[in-house]
Design a protein around this ligand. Sequence first.
Ligand code: IPE
Ligand code: IPE
Ligand code: MG
Length: 309
Amino acid sequence: MASRTPPRHVACIMDGNGRWAQHRGLERTQGHMAALAALDAVVDGALEQEVEWLSLFAFSTENWSRPAEEVGFLVNFLAQHFIGRKAQAMHERGVRLRVLGSEDARIPEVVMDSLRATEELTRDNSTLQVSLAFNYGGRQDLCEAAQSLVARRVPVREITPEIFAQHLRLPELPDVDLLLRTGGEHRLSNFLLWHCAYAELVFLDVLWPDFRVPHFRHALELYHQRRRRFGTVDPTDAADAAAPTAVTSDPRAPGPSALPGSSGLLGLPTAIASHLGATLWGGLKETARFTLQQLNGESAQPARSDRPS
Ligand code: IPE
Ligand code: IPE
Ligand code: MG
């Protein structure tokens, strides 16, 4: 039985602002403005679901290569709207804000000042820790950790994963349990590479400005259906494999017709055949969905996994 313990750390790649605006014939920057409502929603969702850490990818080290006008907007917008207006509200709700990212001379001082002031204002809060990834890159974080180890002359033999993690930007940041990305892209885009080693990945097609609390609940529901193994063998899997007529009770299973029995698909062992069957079924479903979208000319329709329950 999968655990119902809330994920301790949810990391969110808030993607799709530009497309949301373009679909409406608006400027991309208006998509970033519309993203504020989704920002409220993800914090509401995390508070409701008793998540301890919420990491939000606001601006990546690669985002500097966007057009100057958009970069300028993103960098200043954050200070004016998010920090200026949301800080007090977050504080009142027991949220502690942590800034995660590299310093950079291109970030206006007023922006860094207001981020630091919000960190200070909220420092004693503990209901939810929000780490705002601003000018953040996973590779940059790893490089800076390596630089820190060398600068502090840490002996090579002492460099374990635990010690290494202490040299990352935000050493307290726990491993990510659930990595959620909106906007339909299936990639990490250099976010929390170290922390996502064993994250469950959930990709939703919803564009970030449309994201609301039910989407968050839905993502958590998908998370709760996962079996996290961390390299070990799940006792339930072992029992399945040993059973003479294995019909899986896994809610993600493709359905009895696609499942191999004890003889196994193509004569493969049951566990392997089950996995193969599920993979093929998932691929077929995705192809069917895509084909329907193409036929209907609905390029931006949400996928089934997008629908909040
Ligand atoms: C995410 O939305 C916001 C940031 C990267 C700051 P995008 O701006 O990437 O939106 P799309 O992916 O182009 O639609
Ligand atoms: C990732 O989104 C960065 C943020 C959400 C801040 P991007 O839109 O920049 O990622 P790519 O370019 O599609 O990989
Ligand atoms: Mg994007």
